[in-house]
Design a protein around this ligand. Structure first.
Ligand SMILES: [Zn+2]
Ligand SMILES: [Zn+2]
Ligand SMILES: [Zn+2]
Ligand SMILES: [Zn+2]
Length: 729
């Protein structure tokens, strides 16, 4: 495949392959602790530079031609008649961008047409801006009445009456060249506009959208921004910085409410979400008036983004192609050349790690610079690829933006070095912003919307059995405790591998390769303790119902028929349990269910659950699943008491497997409360109390995972209200 046509990763792979052979990969690796030097070596490599530039220019096509400008504008006109104004704005912007400087009239036409689309989207200020641009660029005289009429409408909408009067006079003059009939039409048009009462289009429309979403936060931490006052930063040589509780913390308490320092919306969501804050687009949204491709939820977001979008405008697709490295470059670009170079000159700031005996301010560049990057611990080829990406981004800023306009060559390498630092940081610090998206009325799924950096929450170390759970409110990260934490204990996040979902060996491998550390959490530390996965899939001890782990490893064999129960320390027959389980497997109710023979299915499943209940450990998924299936059959024929008994078995299995505060547990509890509701009115007080208790448990879980604004939480809240009114009768 030719290098120009391959995607970025393929290009990197092919560079790395030749780089290894030519010794370039090891050279970059051996240039220790000098990132600017690494970038310099790469960018001064003539052969490499040529290919990078070729690939870059192939991606950023920037040809100006009158034909292209006309073509974009005419396509825009067709979209206008279809009322797809957003696409119009993009096409007219393309037309403006591709119009040669000397073709002023064509450019003015594109601006004028874009002003019409902006008007349709109620963006009156932007519309006026474009009308101004069109008038500046020799807009044809015979078209003037049309654009001036639009201008008057805008000024009216914005309540700018004085300017309106001046424009009316201009319009009067422009009408001179027109035929009487046309003149009269426009005049009567204007009359209607002027008589129209002032619409209140000009209200500031940046409603926050999350106004009703109150975040509980018990005391803000002034020296550790975004963190609760219950947390402190500690430091040790072997662990680096980490987070501890300075008082006892309850399960459910909010520990971090943090704004991202930088974020990049994933390409799939770029049309649906604000480019700056990830908010879903309101009815009135604001385009970037240069590229017309990027949209914002408010004018404020558009203005705030200009510090970086100025340099990214028109480069979206090439920046998307480098993936998460985009976020690394974004950090440098947002702070600006002056700030980052100024920072590098201040040796004290470069040396001093913030948070240790100093305030940890998530907005400061020093904090961003000192996030963990593991650059010097990376494998040579991995580091080579990151360095190449950083070099490429430096080259992109140099070739296609004014970022380095007044910078020396040395300064460019220094900045490239910083981009490399941030690109490397992304591996262990980038956070996916997820959101619950409704699949249908009852089901929701977590979707990745954007990638962001949260410098404070980043200081939490990993544990395979974490103390916290993360959720998002827009782009705000909310971290809540998922269990109690004692004063002085460390607060742990989970970077992905959780002991309930992955085997120890897989977890250790993943953490080592991605985050360069060996996990020493309780579940990883001792290789002699049983793996949680083995316990869950174990048999039950006949005397104490503890877990009997297969003495033969994963291979079923009759070699060791007896096994030691770790709970009651007696020897038990593993083989008997295995036999019972095999018998249960043979009782397949699927056929009966397929044929609609519910009674036969119940018969088979009952026997199956009986066998499994004796043979399998109470957390075994097979036990839970068959009990759940039987419960469904009972619910189908309205036998709720039997159904309740079965759900208790599957509830225990889910709790054992996923934990008391897991989403799986909440989903199971929700199902269970549905059945209890059926029984509550006819049964005793005890059952009703249990029902309320379970509802509250499920609500608690949804609240800490997704926040009180989630669909699931609100649903249960309604259920509780309904129940209370029912029981009052
Ligand atoms: Zn926004
Ligand atoms: Zn733009
Ligand atoms: Zn671990
Ligand atoms: Zn036992």
């Amino acid at each position: 495949m030719s290098r120009e046509l391959s995607n970025w990763q393929e290009l990197l792979d092919s560079f790395t392959e030749t780089g290894v052979r030519q010794g370039k990969v090891s050279k970059i690796h051996q240039t220790r602790n000098n990132n600017a030097e690494r970038i310099k070596i790469l960018l001064e490599d003539e052969e490499l530079r040529v290919v990078l530039l070729k690939w870059m220019n192939h991606q950023v096509k920037h040809q100006r031609s009158l034909e292209a400008a006309i073509c974009f504008r005419e396509t825009g006109n067709r979209q206008f008649s279809l009322k797809d104004y957003a696409t119009c704005i993009e096409l007219y912007s393309q037309s403006i961008l591709s119009c040669p400087v000397e073709n002023e009239v064509e450019c003015s036409l594109a601006h004028a047409n874009r002003s019409a689309a902006l008007f349709q989207l109620n963006l009156f200020e932007d519309c006026l801006h474009d009308i101004g641009m069109a008038l500046m660029k020799n807009y044809p005289n015979h078209l003037l009445p049309k654009i001036l009429t639009r201008k008057i409408k805008c000024l009216r909408k914005l309540g700018l009456m004085e300017d309106c009067q001046t424009t009316l006079e201009e319009l009067e003059a422009a009408l001179m060249h027109l035929q009487v009939s046309e003149k009269n039409k426009i005049k009567s048009d204007i009359k209607v506009v002027m008589m129209d009462h002032q619409d209140n289009e000009n209200i500031q429309d940046r409603d926050l959208g999350f106004g009703d979403r109150i975040i509980p936060f018990c005391g803000e931490n002034l020296s550790f921004k975004g963190a609760s006052a219950a947390l402190d930063i500690r430091h040790s040589m072997e662990k680096g910085r980490y987070v501890v509780a300075n008082r006892d913390i309850m399960a459910g308490e909010t520990l971090f409410v943090e704004q991202p320092n930088a974020l990049v919306v994933l390409s799939d969501f770029q049309t649906a979400r604000c480019h700056h804050c990830t908010r879903e687009m309101p009815l009135k949204r604001y385009p970037c008036l240069s590229c017309g491709k990027i949209w914002f939820c408010s004018n404020a977001c558009r203005q705030e983004s200009s510090c970086y979008h100025t340099f990214e405008c028109g480069l979206e697709s090439i920046l998307n192609s480098v993936g998460i490295a985009h976020l690394g470059a974004r950090i440098v670009v947002s702070y600006g050349l002056e700030t980052v170079l100024g920072f590098l000159k201040d040796a004290e700031s470069v040396k001093k790690v913030p948070g240790i005996e100093s305030t940890y301010d998530t907005k400061s560049y020093q904090v961003m610079f000192h996030l963990v990057s593991h650059t010097e611990r990376m494998a040579p080829d991995e580091l080579y690829q990151y360095a190449l990406t950083a070099a490429f981004l430096t080259l992109l800023l140099e070739q296609h933006t004014k970022f380095f306009q007044f910078a020396s060559q040395e300064a460019r390498y220094l900045v490239g070095g910083l981009i490399l630092v941030h690109v490397c940081q992304m591996v262990s610090n980038a956070h996916a912003i997820t959101e619950l998206c409704a699949l249908d009325e009852t089901n929701e799924r977590q979707e990745r919307i954007a990638t962001a950096i949260y410098p404070s929450a980043s200081l939490m170390n990993h544990s395979c059995d974490p103390t916290v759970i993360n959720s998002f409110q827009g782009s705000t990260l909310i971290v809540r405790a998922i269990r109690e934490v004692r004063q002085g204990e460390e607060v742990f996040n989970c970077y992905g591998p959780h002991y309930r979902r992955m085997r120890r060996t897989e977890r250790l491998e993943l953490l080592e390769s991605q985050y360069s550390f060996v996990c020493t959490c309780e579940h990883c530390r001792d290789a002699n303790t049983e793996d949680f996965q083995d316990v869950i899939y174990s048999f039950a001890c006949p005397s104490c119902s503890g877990s009997l782990v297969n003495p033969n490893g994963s291979q079923p064999s009759a070699q060791y028929q007896m096994t030691l129960c770790r709970s009651c320390r007696t020897h038990q027959s593993y083989f008997t349990q295995l036999k019972a389980d095999l018998e249960a497997v043979s009782l397949d109710a699927r056929e009966a269910m397929d044929q609609g023979d519910i009674m036969e299915a119940i018969k088979l499943l009952t026997k199956c659950v009986q066998l499994r209940n004796k043979a399998l450990f109470k957390g075994h998924p097979d036990l839970g699943k068959s009990a759940d299936k039987l419960a469904q059959c009972y619910a189908f024929i309205g036998k709720y008491e039997e159904c309740e008994k079965m759900l208790r078995i599957s509830l225990t299995a889910v709790e054992q497997r996923y934990g008391k505060y897991s989403i799986e547990m909440a989903n199971e509890l929700q199902k269970f409360t549905d059945v209890l509701m059926e029984l509550a009115s006819s049964k005793n007080q005890e059952l009703r109390d249990e029902l309320v208790r379970h509802l509250e448990e499920a609500m608690f879980i949804y609240r800490i995972h997704f926040g009180p604004w989630s669909h699931s939480y609100k649903e249960l809240q309604r259920k509780k209200v309904h129940l209370t009114s029912l029981l009052m009768k």
